[in-house]
Design a protein around this ligand. Structure first.
Ligand code: UDX
Ligand code: ADP
Length: 465
């Protein structure tokens, strides 16, 4: 079967970039990305491609090339479903905030709504592709809804998990380490798998396209993220030990990273991992393990999250301790709010939790991030429900000039590793701050010696003060 029309439900961080690259690489396939959020679709359609809602290096050029040719953004979900032979589901699947599984299980409300909508609209057979990160066995839920409500049509469900990392999405999509496609091992399932393989094979070498059964594919996605997050928590756990022993975490990371069995990636100690995937996927793994009574398995992976929460909390505590055990009424400047550099995504960003802790201690915070909008910062803080939104607006402000943001501060804290922070005139920042002037480098990106020679008191993750 040759796919000519693809529809993607959900125009977010996954759906947008993925479809843009598919459209670029397959000019003969019509790709329509739909979303119920009109504002988001309007932004994807903005004449000026710099205003698209997802910031990713290289993405606006891809959108500029394909949009209007074979890439379309629309709010007409029904029409796109009807036209497509293959439908990707890329809607959000946040951790449940209510009821059974609260705080751990994924909320599949939006996935279920999509399935019902596909079943209602479809007039012919469809291949439905899970792109959102989902708990293992979601495909069976999808299949159940589709076959029971779908008018006797045939639906094949594929799992095609996303491995792109934000900030390098376009690069990761254009040249992936591998593409994983899981499906039923029946003749119909294998045909559906082949149809999707043929899409990717336009630009991905065949040996990098792995096919599996649907459950292996779903579980592999959770496992990949759990392994990566575990590396970050492992190095972060040792960063604390370094701060007490005068070992240097950067040296330790270099020493172990050159062991080819360990490898150099994901060994950067930080203020804690964030992003929409790591925590959610591990929680899914923990939840599903516990639901099968596998408590040791669940505890093992849960520790990765416990370590990460500890790392965020201890960064905030370190600031407080060094400011004479009180930050009440003191201004702290935050450089960075995104969960990593080169993205405007802030989901689960360590900055949110560090800010929350400091605000509880009555500090005043001013933040600067090159790509995150002011309203997003407040949305993130308000979501925690720690205090009223008026209080959040009173005690935290969002600046647009990093030098002004640092003016009059007792301390500057680096929360995101944006490259531009390294190039600032730190003498100018020092001159504008209260003394002693502290820098807390949560990403180990600044030149400690240079800062110390200016006069700063420098505290970096994983090195003794
Ligand atoms: C991750 C996976 O990498 C990707 O394959 C999957 O599809 C989605 O989840 P993403 O969340 O975009 O991607 O970013 P990633 O680069 O993995 O970073 C996650 C977090 O870990 C960030 O907060 C980052 O700052 C932190 N991190 C990463 C570290 O603290 N140290 C490191 O060495 C690497
Ligand atoms: P991700 O990082 O997984 O892409 P996002 O939150 O960035 O997550 O994007 C998910 C998108 O899915 C949002 O823009 C949301 O409006 C959209 N969405 C959720 N449910 C539906 C639905 N039933 N139909 C269409 N779009 C939906």
């Amino acid at each position: 079967m040759k796919v000519q029309n693809i529809c993607c439900i959900g125009a977010g961080y996954v759906g947008g970039p993925t479809m843009a690259v598919i459209a670029k690489k397959c000019p003969d396939i019509k790709v329509t990305v739909v979303d119920i959020n009109q504002e988001r679709i309007a932004a994807w359609n903005d004449e000026n491609v710099d205003n698209i809602p997802v910031y990713e290096p290289g993405l606006s050029a891809v959108v500029a090339e394909a949009r209007g040719r074979n890439l379309f953004f629309s709010t007409d979900v029904d029409k796109a479903i009807d036209e497509a032979e293959m439908i990707f589901i890329s809607v959000n699947t946040p951790t449940k905030t209510y009821g059974e599984g609260k705080g751990q299980a994924a909320d599949l409300k939006w996935i279920e709504l999509c399935a019902r909508q596909i079943a209602r609209v479809a007039k012919g057979d469809k291949i439905v592709v899970e792109k959102s990160t989902l708990p293992v066995r979601t495909a069976s839920t999808l299949k159940d809804i589709l076959t029971h409500t779908g008018d006797g049509l045939s639906f094949q469900i594929l799992s095609n998990p996303e491995f792109l990392a934000e900030g390098t999405a376009v690069e990761d999509l254009m040249d992936p380490d591998r593409v994983l496609i899981g499906g039923d091992q029946t003749p119909e399932g294998l045909n559906a798998i082949q149809a999707l393989v043929d899409v990717y094979a336009r630009w991905v070498p065949k040996d990098k396209i792995l096919t599996t059964n649907v459950w292996s594919s779903e579980l592999s996605k959770l496992t990949a993220n759990a392994y990566l997050a575990q590396r970050v928590s492992s190095i972060n756990s040792l960063s604390e030990l370094c701060e007490f022993t005068e070992a240097d975490i950067n040296e330790v990371a270099r020493a172990i990273g050159t062991d080819s069995r360990i490898g150099p990636k994901f060994l950067k100690a930080s203020v804690g991992f964030g992003g929409s995937c790591f925590q959610k996927d591990i929680l899914n793994l923990v939840y599903i393990s516990r639901s099968y009574g596998l408590n040791e398995v669940a505890d093992y992976w849960e520790q990765v999250i416990i370590m990460n929460d500890h790392q965020k909390r201890r960064f905030a505590k370190k600031i407080i301790k060094n400011l004479y055990n009180t930050v009440s009424g003191k201004k702290i400047a935050f450089l960075g709010w995104a969960f990593k550099k080169d993205t405007n995504d802030t989901r689960e960003s360590a900055a949110i939790y560090v800010a929350d802790h400091l605000l509880n201690e009555q500090s005043f915070i001013e933040t600067y991030d090159p790509k995150v909008k002011k309203e997003q910062v407040y949305t993130d803080l308000d979501y925690l429900g720690s205090r009223s939104s008026e209080e959040n607006r009173k005690n935290l402000t969002v600046g647009t000039d990093p030098y002004k943001v640092c003016e009059g501060a007792h301390a500057v804290a680096v929360l995101t590793e944006w490259d531009e922070f390294k190039t600032y005139d730190w003498k100018r920042i020092y001159d504008g701050m209260l003394k002693p002037a502290h820098v807390f480098d949560g990403r180990n990106i600044l030149d400690k010696e240079a800062l110390r020679s200016i006069g700063f008191q420098v505290h970096a993750i994983g090195t003794a003060d």
